[in-house]
Design a protein around this ligand. Structure first.
Ligand SMILES: Cc1ncc(C[n+]2csc(CCOP(=O)(O)OP(=O)(O)O)c2C)c(N)n1
Ligand SMILES: [Mg+2]
Length: 244
């Protein structure tokens, strides 16, 4: 979280490097069989995590996916805590029983990663509705992949959020592949931001490789939601450098 008047771009850069190096080590440990269970890397997508999380304010929350190392570290989880979780140690954020796909720290606004594609969206809408009920000026973000926009919960979550003007920002991390399937083989829509149109909410295509642009667009969507303007759908065009 940064002061909107004075974005700390050096801190963003450091965090993106931290995420990249964290995952280099994760990959090394995974390939050597040291990490039990699976891991999913977000290399190439760091600007989406850091720019998006950097737009959050005190009390805001977010959900993400099984590819959630970037968001967890951007939200301030210590790499030691994340490594402990991946190594199955009791000092991990989920006591070592969750692993890579379940990095969570509610005290820092991280309502958790989700192994189920599309599962984080309704959780974020629920959090947003709770803010409305409690009359709190907070917003929920939810990060998910391009493939998740073909899941039922995506459409259900957008519809409910639009009808109730819930303070939630939907962020598609469009890395062009769902697992190993190119977007064009699974999806009839080129710009996934257009999936906002039937719900009457803003749908914006964003250069997900530019942390400044990501931060700017997410900040505007967050403030719109915070002011009662309702949800937005932001499509971050990015690329994942590693396989699934
Ligand atoms: C409901 C559900 N269906 C299928 C899967 C298996 N699965 C894991 S990742 C994935 C593809 C998701 O693609 P995308 O949303 O683009 O995310 P990416 O992996 O590119 O980050 C699928 C189908 C799952 N985890 N959950
Ligand atoms: Mg994808």
């Amino acid at each position: 979280m940064t002061d909107p008047a004075q974005p700390d771009r050096v801190a963003w850069f450091r965090k993106m490097v931290e995420i990249r190096l964290f995952e280099e080590k994760v990959q090394e440990l995974f390939m050597s069989g040291t990490i039990q269970g699976t891991t999913h890397l977000c290399q190439g997508q760091e600007a989406v995590s850091v720019g998006g999380i950097g737009a959050m304010r005190e009390g805001d929350v977010q959900t993400n996916t099984y590819r959630g190392h970037g968001e967890a570290l951007a939200l301030g989880m210590a790499p030691e805590t994340a490594f402990a979780e991946l190594m199955g140690k009791s000092t991990g954020c989920s006591g070592g029983v969750g692993g890579s796909m379940h990095l969570i720290d509610a005290s820092k606004g991280n309502l958790g990663a989700n192994a189920i594609v599309g599962a984080g969206l309704p959780i974020a809408v629920g959090a947003a509705v709770s803010f409305q009920v409690q009359d709190r000026a907070n917003v929920a973000l939810t990060f998910f992949g391009d493939g998740a926009t073909n899941i039922g919960t995506f459409h259900e979550a957008l519809n409910m959020a639009a009808v109730w003007k819930a303070p939630v920002v939907f962020i598609i991390t469009n890395n062009l592949y769902g697992e190993y399937s190119p977007q064009m083989t699974t999806t009839s829509t080129v710009d996934l931001a257009r999936r906002a149109d039937p719900h009457g909410m803003p749908g914006i295509v964003v250069d997900g490789q530019d942390v400044d642009v990501v931060n700017q667009v997410v900040s505007e969507a967050l403030e719109r939601a915070r002011g009662g303007g309702g949800p937005s759908l932001l499509e971050m065009k990015t690329y994942r450098y590693r396989g699934h």
